[in-house]
Every structure is written in C-alpha cells, then in structure tokens.
Design a protein around this ligand. Structure first.
Ligand code: PBG
Length: 333
C-alpha cells in the first residue's frame, strides 16, 4: 500500500482545545481596552442614546460609578466625552476652556474616587462645544481655520491636564497641533501627561451615533472633509503618523477601526510606536443591529472583532463594548 497523505496537516494543531490554546498567536484581555463614555449634566441622570443601544449618557456620579466598574473589570483606561447643554455652546466653543466645565468636573470626580487606578483619556476638539458642530473655529465661508483653532486646542488640552487628565487625545486633525500641545504641556509642568494622537482619522460615515451622543448631529453644517482624511488614502495616513510622532505623540490612533485594519497593519509595520484603534459608534451600532436581527451571536461578534484589532497590530482598542467584553473575558470566554 502506498502511503498517501497531505504533506502538511494544519488541522492537526486545531483538533483540540488545548492545542488551539497552545498555538494561539494573539491574546485579548481587559487590559487592551479603553472604555469611551458620555458625560451629561445633573445628578443620578442616565440618558440612553437611541442610536447606540446599550450606551447611555451619565451624570458625573454615574461616570464615577462606571470608572470604578472599569477598575474592577481590569480595564485600564476610560475616555470621556461631554454632552454640552445647548446654551453652553457658542461659535468659538469657549466652554472647552472653562476650568469648571462638565469634562473637568468629571475628570476631577473620577480622580478623587479612583486615584491612579484608572487612566483618564480626554478628547481635544471643539465639536462638543461649538454651535456649528465643527471641530474648530470657522471663517465666514465655513472653512475650519487651522492655526487659530490650534491656539484654542492648546488651551483646551491644558485645561484638561490641569483637571487631571492622563492622556490628551487630539481628535481634530489640525496641522501642527501635537507639537503645540506637547510644548504647552511641558511648559506647564505636565511632563507625564501623554498624547495619543488621532493621527489617521478619516472623514467617516461611521460617526453618526457619536454625534447624537454629544448632541452635535443636529447642529453640524457641512462635513469634515477639509480636515479629516479621505477614506481612499493610506499613504497619507503614514505621513500623518510620521508627523505626529515627530511632533511628540506618545502613541497614535487609527479611526474608524474595522474598515481600516489595513491602515493599522501598515502603521505597525512602519513605525515603532504603540498603535490604538477606535471601534467607533457606527461600528458598535452595526454589531448591535446584526445581533438584534439574529444575524450573529453578539458575544462572539464582539470578541472576534476586538481580537482582530489585536491581530492587526493594535496595542489597544477604544470600544463601547469594553465593559461587556471585559466581563466575557473575565468569565473565561
Ligand atoms: C470629535 C470626535 C468624533 C469621534 C470621536 N471624537 C466625531 C467626529 O469627528 O465627528 C467619533 C467617535 C465615534 O463615532 O464613536 N472630533
């Protein structure tokens, strides 16, 4: 009898659970996750966000409770976004630099409760504070001005750092803002405050529910294509990343996440820098909608997508599924 067998049987290593565990190349743990959450005014307030099923805006006390939950779950960092009251929004977004604004109160409250057991990441961009919903200052024609905006973003970043933010995350895509913020942080004595640059942030259709959550969707005039990147481009993403590293970013982010894993992989291959990805609101909503429609198992979809970010080269992932995923992982899924 002549022996006939495939030269290699890759199924051998997949045949049993112990063997799959032994050969696994990528791990997902709660320590990989950053949990974004939305802050609103009041006490004891929870406002569910219709387009983000399962996600609510919380008043500061609720945010503090979620932050403690994150600590218990082993999630190392939260990201805060404010839902600014309409009467606090203005053309120039001045509320962003108010030392007693909602963000600063939330940062201080979380710090008081959790000390250094949790990292607090804060978004730098003016869209939660502007009456027009753009991320910066606009001229008469509606064009978002670069250098004038950077000057305000620097003040916003310092305002957040003084309140106790650990990671400043500029999400505005203005040119030169990382350098300007880094210099101001150094001059202000905030040597250990990190910068995670939204380096490759695309003008994406996946941000819709987020804009509902921060209350800017009804306000936004036009689009953000003159500063956020064209989804068609990847070379440009590498240039953005190179610039932000040169300007002093400690880590970089790619956003959105899943449709842009090729960008994550390219950034990881090219640069020795921690790369994060933001699984954005529209991606979250898509998974929830698929699960609700019976098109997939929610828990499996959540864990598979998050693992895919790790496989592509991410150091960590911002995801609205953070708490749920951490619970699943802690339960041994
Ligand atoms: C603000 C900002 C946005 C997101 C994070 N920071 C919205 C935007 O750029 O319009 C989107 C996050 C999400 O969709 O979950 N500049």
């Amino acid at each position: 009898m002549t022996a006939s067998y495939p030269a290699l049987r890759l199924r051998r290593s997949r045949a049993t659970g112990w063997s799959r565990a032994l050969h696994r190349e990528t791990m997902l743990t709660p320590a990989d996750l950053i949990w974004p959450m939305f802050v609103t005014e009041g006490t004891g307030v929870e406002h569910p966000i219709a387009s983000l099923p399962g996600v609510s805006r919380w008043s500061v006390d609720g945010i503090v409770a979620r932050a403690s939950e994150a600590v218990d779950l082993g999630i190392p960092c939260i990201a805060l976004f404010p839902h600014t009251q309409p009467d606090r929004r203005s053309e120039d977004g001045a509320e962003a630099i108010n030392p007693d604004n909602l963000m600063c109160r939330a940062i201080r409250a979380v710090r008081d409760e959790c000390g250094d057991r949790i990292g607090i990441l804060t978004d730098v961009a003016l869209d939660p504070y502007t009456a027009h919903g753009q991320d910066g200052l606009v001229d008469d024609g509606g064009y978002v001005l670069n250098d004038e905006t950077v000057a305000v973003l620097v003040d916003q970043a310092i305002n957040q750092a003084e309140a106790g933010a650990d990671i400043i995350a500029p999400s505005d895509m203005m040119d030169g803002r990382v350098k300007a913020i880094r210099m101001a942080l150094e001059m202000g004595g905030h040597h250990n405050v990190q910068i995670m640059a939204y380096a490759a942030k695309y003008a994406s259709a996946f941000y819709g529910p987020f804009r509902d959550a921060v209350g800017s969707s009804g306000l936004l005039k036009g689009d953000k294509k003159s500063y956020q990147m064209d989804p068609a481009n990847s070379e440009e993403a590498l240039r953005e990343v190179a610039l932000d590293i040169a300007e002093g970013a400690d880590s970089v982010m790619v956003k959105p996440g899943l449709p842009y894993l090729d960008i994550v992989a390219k950034v990881k291959a090219r640069f020795e820098v921690p790369v994060f990805a933001y699984q954005v609101s529209g991606e979250y909503a898509m998974i929830e909608a698929a699960a609700a429609a019976g098109a997939g198992d929610r828990d499996a979809l959540v864990l598979e997508t998050l693992l895919a970010f790790k496989r592509a080269g991410c150091t960590g992932i911002l995801t609205y599924h953070a708490a749920h995923a951490a619970r699943l992982l802690n339960a041994g899924s």
